[in-house]
Design a binder for this molecule. Structure first.
Ligand SMILES: [Zn+2]
Length: 356
């Protein structure tokens, strides 16, 4: 069904013929006109119930057929028996839609074969029913909560993860080549293009050659900076444009690459990557250290900034950049995190909204 005019939730009852509609069809198929007049019933098609008298009259008009009266009575009973179930499931479907409509931005208009928008959402999730989606999303939220200590929006999270999975499945990936990935990281060729959002956006094509599925998906509220999942020994690294900031995207990417290299076959949902105080787990410390080593020349820049803040020492992104040998987008990044003249800091915008 076309997206235009498609109802969010189709009331299946409106697709069911009423007994009046069924009878009108029979009259018309038999070339009987003026049947409403003859029966003394107006708007026959809208009638869910016909009296015995009307049914008998109809049978007479049709020349008295064996079984016709019983057929109409059975038809009517079945409709009336089903009606409350249809109403109930329509109500449930509408309730589900109000929950699941949050996933709609992630459909990208690609799923539109369903009979209603809710059905499109089911297609997107490749689910048989709404409960399956909701239960899965609660499981994913539990993993997120365990790793991050905060409550995500579970439908947003599920939809965001599902979009990553869909993109991943479209990539034809060779086997994961850890050596090639490490080689690229250590070559530091990326460092010469660190301020170029177009370069960052081109990385998925490069990573494909390493057997790494790198997927960029726009951020949805109360979800993640990124996630790592493994499918058949191949990593899917999914990154969001949370903060719409290139430095943040680099940090997320290198943090996730730290997980890929150091924590093979572990699934990670990244909520608050950037709070070194709160993050307790070993894996998170290791991934942060990995990213810091490559992007910030270690952790001393961050420590110095927070320390000098407390001591009221004047700082600029340029001075820190010279002192620590770190690009100004990253000295600015930490100055912003420290709330040190945040509006004065260098910021390069990036987003992943192409096609959404
Ligand atoms: Zn992490």
């Amino acid at each position: 069904m076309e997206a235009r005019n498609k109802p969010n939730v189709l009331n299946m009852l409106t697709n069911r013929n009423t007994v009046g509609g069924e009878l009108a069809d029979i009259f018309e198929a038999n070339g009987v006109d003026n049947y409403e007049e003859a029966l003394g019933v107006s708007d026959l098609r809208s009638k869910e119930k016909l009296s015995k008298k009307v049914i008998a009259k109809a049978n007479e008009l049709l020349g008295g057929r064996n079984g016709l009266s019983q057929y109409l009575i059975d038809f009517q009973n079945k409709y009336l028996e089903d009606k409350p179930h249809f109403i109930e499931s329509y109500k449930n479907a509408k309730r589900s839609f109000t929950i699941l409509k949050k996933a709609l931005p992630m459909l990208k208009g690609e799923f539109n074969e369903g009979y209603d928008v809710l059905d499109d959402i089911l297609d997107f999730f490749d689910a048989d029913n709404e409960n399956e989606i909701i239960h899965n999303s609660i499981d994913e939220a539990a993993l997120f909560r365990k790793q991050n200590g905060v409550e995500p929006d579970h439908i947003h999270l599920s939809a965001w993860l599902r979009r990553g999975e869909i993109e991943f499945n479209r990539i034809i990936l060779p086997d994961y080549d850890e050596a090639a990935l490490k080689n690229w990281i250590d070559s530091k060729e990326w460092l010469t293009k660190i301020t170029d959002p177009a370069y960052f956006k081109s990385l998925p094509d490069l990573f494909r050659t390493f057997g790494v599925g790198l997927v960029y998906v726009p951020f949805l509220p109360k979800t993640v900076y990124g996630a790592v999942r493994w499918y058949g020994n191949k990593p899917l690294v999914e990154i969001s444009d949370r903060e719409k900031d290139l430095a943040t995207c680099w940090y997320t990417l290198f943090h996730e690459l730290g997980h890929v290299i150091l924590h093979k076959n572990t699934n990670i949902f990244e909520g608050e990557t950037f709070d070194p105080k709160r993050r307790g787990s070993n894996m998170e410390r290791q991934a942060n250290a990995f990213a810091s080593r490559y992007l910030f020349n270690g952790d001393s820049l961050r420590i110095a900034i927070f320390d000098r803040m407390r001591k009221n020492v004047f700082m600029t992104a340029n001075n820190l950049s010279e002192e620590f040998g770190v690009n100004t987008i990253f000295t600015s990044y930490w100055l912003r995190k420290a709330q040190y003249n945040p509006t004065m800091q260098r910021h390069i915008s990036i987003d992943f909204l192409d096609g959404y």
